[in-house]
Design a protein around this ligand. Structure first.
Ligand SMILES: Nc1ncnc2c1ncn2[C@@H]1O[C@H](COP(=O)(O)OP(=O)(O)O)[C@@H](O)[C@H]1O
Ligand SMILES: [Mg+2]
Ligand SMILES: [Zn+2]
Length: 512
């Protein structure tokens, strides 16, 4: 009894950078020499996928057709990793060999890697794909691996059906299994949002803490200079705890980056806390900026909407630091690939730390520096100029005396500091409404003229500083921007003498 064979069409998706795109899969089973050919996947991926699909079909109790199977993936010109199409390919083979009905297949988008026994394994990039479906409404139902449930389920406009194995999907498509779609509310998922660290753990260092508050309140990049053990790393790690809470769109943005990097936590695959990325100085430019054969986001993008921390700044390779220019300037990284460009967002607050010299004790009040002035000069000259130009604040962080560390006085908590920061950020949001920028640090010369209005006494101090402290012209705009933020923290419309004086203190490197 010759049953007519046919071509089955079904849909899957993949990601290029953080952009998702639809992949149409065509499966044809027809008389001919047994074997499978896959068009549109790189060789390596094809071989592995073939083996997994074949075993999964057999191990779930179905027949792997001993005929000629042709699988076509479109678009064909995009390099695909391949494993997330397994489920769709298997279903296409089963439908084209009349083992399951094919009518309902077109209403779904299928994602999942198969294991040899038919279990469906977690895949990368589910959140970008769900957001793609939210935008391009033509398929509304999404079948995903059980383990990707949260990433898909928080996009409430898409009907998400998590599945554990191939058999379950088949039963579901045959209506043997009644399964409701799953939806989550972000608010319900954000239970444990507390940071593990807090500024209250840092004893003393009130000047450094204040500088950090100013940095965050205007999104000014910051460099901390100080001897080993001063607490620079400790302070830096607490910076995200005073950043404002993430908005829903920011959660989506950052989570998408982690989703395609495959870095989401299995039990809670959402990024709801602003990231803190500490980069080692041996990191390559690709690790930092992103890219590679199959482009992945770099540290600058993993820090998106959070903090990027470069510890021991002079140890970094100059080229690596200079590569930071584009992301710092544009808030995104663009990687060119064949006929496409891939964009990863990379808007972050840059925090850097360094010792003042080789031995670490230049300008320490507790120990003596053993470096020659030539050595100190050489150490400093390692800092890349273009990078320093994008750092508005540099401060000296002294080491605390042993006694100060034992002080029992209660220190201010991150929550209290964050509340002040949020007030200052609200003022800026209002000030810059409709102008395309959000923070004081982003002002150009024209906006500085408009918004940084000095009281007379402040003007006199600034004039004197420019003349006597040997500030460069570049420092001038920077001083004004920082002073604007300090005034905002006090809800003062004009910049007063004390605001500009404080800003001057945050130019340590200009004095050294
Ligand atoms: N102000 C401080 N309050 C509490 N502990 C501190 C303080 N400063 C330093 N420490 C302790 O010293 C350790 C070393 O500090 P660290 O941040 O690594 O210094 P640095 O990065 O400047 O070399 C910290 O992990 C912390 O235990
Ligand atoms: Mg350190
Ligand atoms: Zn020294």
């Amino acid at each position: 009894m010759g049953v007519r064979k046919m071509i089955t069409h079904l849909f899957s998706a993949s990601t290029l950078g953080t952009e998702a795109y639809l992949v149409e899969i065509e499966v044809d089973v027809s008389g001919g020499l047994p074997g499978i050919s896959v068009v549109g996947l790189p060789d390596e991926a094809i071989k592995e996928s073939k083996d997994r699909v074949k075993s999964a079909i057999k191990n779930c109790g179905y027949k792997y057709p001993s005929e000629k199977i042709t699988v076509n993936l479109a678009p064909a010109d995009i390099k695909k990793e391949g494993s997330c199409f397994d489920l769709a390919i298997a279903l296409g083979i089963l439908a084209s060999s009349n083992q399951i009905p094919s009518q309902s297949l077109k209403d779904f988008l299928f994602l999942g890697e198969l294991s040899l026994d038919g279990r469906i394994r977690q895949v990368c990039g589910v959140l970008p794909i769900s957001l793609y479906l939210r935008k391009n409404k033509f398929i509304k139902r999404l079948i995903v691996p059980q383990e990707n449930i949260y990433e898909a389920g928080i996009v409430r406009e898409v009907d998400v059906y998590p599945m554990e194995n191939l058999k379950e999907v088949i039963y579901f498509l045959n209506n043997f299994l009644d399964k409701k779609s799953i939806k989550f509310k972000i608010e319900d998922l954000i239970k444990n949002k507390e940071y593990e660290v807090d500024f209250s753990e840092v004893k003393g260092q009130s000047e450094a803490k204040r500088a950090i508050e100013v940095a965050v309140a205007g999104m000014h990049n910051l460099l901390m200079i100080g001897p080993p053990g001063a607490g620079k790393t400790m302070l830096a790690k607490r910076v995200p705890t005073i950043l404002p809470e993430m908005t829903e769109e920011e959660i989506f943005e950052t989570t998408q980056i982690y989703s395609i990097a495959g870095l989401l936590n299995k039990d809670f695959p959402l990024v709801v806390q602003r990231p803190f990325r500490m980069v080692h100085h041996t990191a390559s430019d690709i690790a930092l900026i992103g890219g590679g054969q199959n482009p992945k986001p770099g540290e600058v993008s993993l820090a998106h909407n959070g903090v990027l921390f470069l510890d021991e700044l002079p140890e970094f390779h100059r080229d690596v630091l200079e590569a930071l220019r584009q992301p710092l300037e544009d808030g995104k990284v663009t990687v060119a690939r064949a006929n496409r460009t891939i964009t990863f967002l990379s808007k972050f607050l840059l925090i850097c730390a360094m010792n003042p010299c080789y031995c670490g004790y230049y300008s320490s009040s507790l120990r003596v520096c053993k470096c020659t002035s030539y050595q100190i000069q050489r150490y400093r000259s390692k800092l890349s100029g273009p990078l320093l130009e994008r750092i508005d604040l540099h401060i000296y962080v002294p080491e605390l005396k042993y006694k100060a560390l034992l002080d029992k006085r209660e220190e201010e908590s991150s929550l209290i500091i964050r509340q002040r920061v949020e007030c200052a950020l609200r003022i800026q949001r209002k000030r810059f409404e409709g102008s395309g920028i959000f923070f004081n640090s982003q002002m150009n010369t024209k906006l500085i003229k408009k918004f940084c209005i000095l009281e007379n006494s402040a003007e006199r101090i600034l004039d004197m500083a420019m003349r006597e402290l040997n500030f460069s012209c570049r420092s001038y705009d920077r001083l004004l921007k920082v002073a604007r933020t300090i005034a905002d923290l006090e809800n003062s419309e004009y910049i007063k003498a004390e605001h500009i004086s404080e800003a001057i203190q945050y130019r340590s490197l200009d004095f050294f």
